[in-house]
Design a protein around this ligand. Structure first.
Ligand code: ADP
Ligand code: MG
Length: 268
């Protein structure tokens, strides 16, 4: 890897080295992903080109099966593409070792995935603390950090409940607290409001929005809810494994730095 890749480097100004990846958090070129299913092949991604600037907030939309989760798994270095190039902060992901990839996943990317489960038998507090301890934080420090972020997502009183005792919305918020506590450069969220009630959806979206506004993280969020997507700066639509269209978000720009509340965002 060319850079030391500390989380604090995420807000670095683009360097003028003249590379086409300069200023971009994520650059995808011709990304294809095939899955072998017995004798047939599923072409989940069929050549995706995409660039996301540092600090940009992008929503990915598209019908079920269009490749959204596959794309997010590749962006999160959880899976590798069958073809194509992926540059993360200018570095070619294909050239990275397994150790480097696992460091990137634990230090630079915050995952808010439904399938990215919490450890059910552990408390909310432990679920947030453990990744911090893996990264070398002392127990007391990691406890303080975890309590702080659980408080931010409104779960201070639930910190000592096990994940299995929490509702879906509360678990999603623990996942968000865990992602935030890691101070990641990127947040990858896969339908973060899926299966949440309206009030909790608004809360989760507010946290994500605040994280973006206050910490300038780069966000790529898959959602099927237009009202959720409109709080991003740009919407990328996938269909059949390719980018079908892109749109700058007019509503967002009309309500620059809008705070999300239940009046401004209505979810079913
Ligand atoms: P989306 O998130 O947009 O609903 P996915 O990325 O999950 O779409 O899936 C895209 C396509 O790839 C679908 O046809 C799906 O069935 C297929 N697919 C996804 N993951 C796998 C897998 N692990 N093995 C085989 N096929 C898969
Ligand atoms: Mg999906």
């Amino acid at each position: 890897m060319a850079s030391a890749n500390k989380p604090s480097q995420k807000q670095q100004a683009p360097q003028a080295s003249g590379k086409e990846t300069d200023g971009y958090a994520l650059v995808l070129k011709g990304i294809k992903k095939n899955y072998q299913m017995g004798s047939s092949q599923v072409r989940a991604l069929r050549g995706v080109d995409m660039k996301v600037k540092k600090g940009e907030y992008v929503a990915i939309m598209g019908p079920s099966g269009s490749g959204k989760s596959t794309l997010l798994h590749i962006l999160g270095c959880l899976d590798s593409p069958s073809e194509g190039k992926y540059f993360l902060d200018g570095d070619d992901v294909a050239s990275m070792s397994d150790d480097q990839l696992s460091m990137i996943r634990s230090e630079r990317i915050g995952f808010v995935f439904q399938a990215f489960n919490l450890i059910p038998g552990m408390t909310a507090l432990e679920n947030v603390m453990i990744p911090l301890q893996i990264r070398g934080q002392q127990e007391e420090d990691s406890r303080k950090t975890a309590i702080h972020y659980l408080g931010i997502v409104g779960l201070g009183a639930r910190a000592n409940h096990t994940a299995s005792e929490l509702s879906g919305g509360e678990r999603q918020r623990v996942a968000l607290a865990r992602a935030m506590a890691n101070n990641p450069a990127f947040i990858l969220a896969d339908e973060p409001t899926g299966n949440l009630d309206s009030k909790t959806s608004v809360e989760v979206m507010s946290y994500i929005h605040r994280l973006w506004e206050d910490h300038k993280v780069t966000i790529v969020m898959v959602t099927h809810e237009p009202v959720v997507a409109r709080y991003s700066q740009r919407i990328i639509r996938l269909r059949d494994g390719v980018v079908e269209s892109e749109q700058r978000n007019k509503v967002f720009h009309d309500h620059d730095s809008a705070r999300i509340d239940e009046k401004s965002i209505k979810l079913k």
